[in-house]
Each structure stands twice: as C-alpha cells, then as structure tokens.
Design a protein around this ligand. Structure first.
Ligand SMILES: C[S@@+](CC[C@H](N)C(=O)[O-])C[C@H]1O[C@@H](n2cnc3c(N)ncnc32)[C@H](O)[C@@H]1O
Ligand code: SF4
Length: 312
C-alpha cells in the first residue's frame, strides 16, 4: 500500500473518456473507461471550488457532446480533436460556439498521418477550411518520427498557408500501442537537426502571427545550448483518469504508471513520488517501464536521470 499525501499543485486535467472514433497505431492512451457527463461536471465543479485550475481532455472528447458543458463550466475555450466528428457532423460547430469554444487543436501528422492515423490529411484539411470559415482559431499538432522530422520547415509553411495560427511538434512516444511498431525515435543527431530548424523557424515567424511550439518529449534544446527546459508533470499538473487513478502526464496515463489517487474529490500523490523537473516525466517513465516505478524516489532519482540522460 502506497502512503499518500495531498497534491499541492494547482493544475488538474480530467480525462473524460477513453472512447475514440479513430484507431491510431501509435496512440498512447492506455486507460479505459468513460466518465458520465454529469460525473465529469460535478468533479470539475468541486475541484474548481477548491481553487484548482481544471481542464478537460481525453481520448476523443467529441465522442460525447454532453462533455462540452463541463468545458464551458471551467472556462476552457479550446478543444483537442482528431476532427472526424466535425467532418461528419459539421453542425456541431454551433454547439462548440454555444459552449464558448473558439479554438481547436487538431492532429496533422504531415508525412506520417496515413501510417499511424485512420483519418486522412485531406479530411483534416477540409475540417481546417470549415473551421477557418467559421472564424475558429486553429492550432495543429504534428507528431515527429525519424521519417518526417526533416520536414518541419515545410510543415510550418503548409500549416501557415492552411490558415492555422500555430503548429506544435511532439516527438513520438514509443509507449503503449506504439511499442509494437518499428523504432521511429529520433537519434541525438536528428534531434539536433530538429532544433536547428526550429530555431530557424522561430526567427522567421512572428509568434503573434504564427506560434510554433515543441513538446517536452523532444528534450533539451541542443541548439541554443541554454538549458531552460522544465517539466512540471506531477508537481504542478496531474491527470485524473476515468477510474480515478492519478497520472503525471497524458502521454503516460496507463496502468502501472500511477503517481497517486483521487479520493473523495481530492488528489493525493504517493509520498515516494519525486520529480526534479529536469527531464520530461513521460519520457523518463517510458524508459523506466512499469516494473521500476519505485525508482521515482528522492534517493534513486538522480542516478536514474543520469542513466537515462546517458542513454539519450
Ligand atoms: C491522444 S490524442 C487526443 C486528442 C485527439 N483524439 C487527437 O488525436 O487529436 C492527443 C495528441 O496526442 C498524439 N499522440 C497519440 N499517441 C502518441 C504517441 N505515441 N506519441 C506522440 N504523440 C501521440 C495524437 O496524435 C494527438 O495529436
Ligand atoms: S491519437 Fe487521438 S484519434 Fe488517434 S486513437 Fe488516440 S485518441 Fe483517438
């Protein structure tokens, strides 16, 4: 039995569901179950009253449109989606607007979409056009592998031309289902090339016009040599899965990687959990694997990070 202590951080993401209308071969979602819309709403309400900053995410939140009332409750003006429900039922755009959503984050995995996602890029592009016509802000998420990492300059240009307000690059996490596919990870050299190109892009785009981000899984910026990367997973941000298990990051919301529990509407973390924020927690946990979670203690952590960093 793990000893627990109250979570002192502020940010909480409620994972609404594991249901999805697509089947991506790389999907990292590993929890099961769906909250009922009323359950989600009530929990969000209580957490907000407790002073927490609450956000709603999940596998595909648009699989149940009744979840939208909770987004409105917590003041979340954005949704993350694969776009398919908007494509097949364009009228739901009105419902999005009624729930104060004006920003849509969509997956656009240029160069690899057909390999990993059952929804084609053409469909996503149609949805982008439709959302643009309806004055939504669109941000695109692009997963990078060793196949498309060289294309980020082209991808940025293409997404800009499509009318997106920004693009976010994330490295593939080869965890969960993605463990079964061939190695698509970037080598150290490839990561370096990525950061060079990212730096170029950021110097060529005004971030108020087109915002380019990158996820923690890409690690430290090897180009600038300046190390200001921090990962607050587990310390000031946790995810609560539909079964009330607590995780540090959506990329690692799967049995075996729990860092705490949600009991009587309060978040508790395992006392032994320790994260010094110097590395992406999801990457670290993926490397550790679920049998070695006990290494996330103050005593063992520095050795672990050293070992992990050497591996990279
Ligand atoms: C889990 S999905 C949930 C939202 C929505 N269903 C979608 O696909 O956009 C959130 C983002 O995580 C990405 N993702 C899923 N599995 C991944 C993995 N193994 N590595 C990196 N990104 C992944 C998806 O492509 C998507 O951009
Ligand atoms: S990545 Fe998104 S769209 Fe693809 S299976 Fe996972 S939750 Fe569904």
């Amino acid at each position: 039995m793990n000893e627990l202590e109250l979570y002192k951080g502020n940010r909480i993401t409620l994972m609404a569901c594991s249901s999805c209308n697509a089947k991506c071969s790389d999907c990292y979602i590993g929890y099961t179950g769906n909250r009922t819309p009323d359950d989600l709403y009530n929990i969000a309400y209580l957490l907000m009253n407790d002073g927490k900053h609450v956000r709603i995410d999940g596998a595909e939140v648009l699989t149940n449109l009744d979840y939208l009332k909770t987004l409105k409750l917590v003041g979340q003006n954005w949704i993350m989606t694969n776009g398919f429900r908007i494509y097949s039922e364009p009228d739901i755009i009105d419902l999005l607007r009624d729930n104060n959503i004006d920003t849509v984050y969509m997956s656009y995995h240029y160069g690899i979409q057909e390999d990993i996602n059952s929804i084609s890029l053409t469909i996503v592009e149609d949805v982008i056009k439709l959302l643009n016509k309806n004055n939504f802000n669109i941000y695109l998420n692009c997963t990078l592998t060793n196949r498309n990492y060289k294309d980020i300059k082209y991808i940025a240009e293409k997404t800009y031309q499509l009318g997106a307000k920004g693009v976010g690059f994330n490295k593939i996490f080869q965890q969960g289902k993605a463990k079964n596919i061939e190695n698509l990870d970037l080598t150290k050299e490839q990561s370096k090339e990525f950061f060079e190109d990212l730096n170029y892009l950021r110097n060529h785009h005004d971030k108020n016009e087109f915002y380019i981000t990158r996820g923690g899984s890409l690690g430290h910026d090897t180009f600038k040599g300046k190390d200001n990367f921090r990962c607050n997973a587990g310390n000031n941000h946790v995810m609560i899965a539909p079964d009330s298990k607590v995780y540090g990051c959506n990329a690692i919301c799967r049995p075996g990687y729990e860092i705490g529990e949600f009991i009587n509407n309060k978040v508790y973390l395992y006392k032994k959990f320790y994260h010094d924020e110097s590395v992406c927690l999801a990457e670290l946990l993926g490397y550790l694997n679920e049998d070695n979670m006990d290494n996330l203690t103050y005593d063992k952590y520095p050795v672990l990070v050293k070992k992990y960093s050497n591996k990279k």
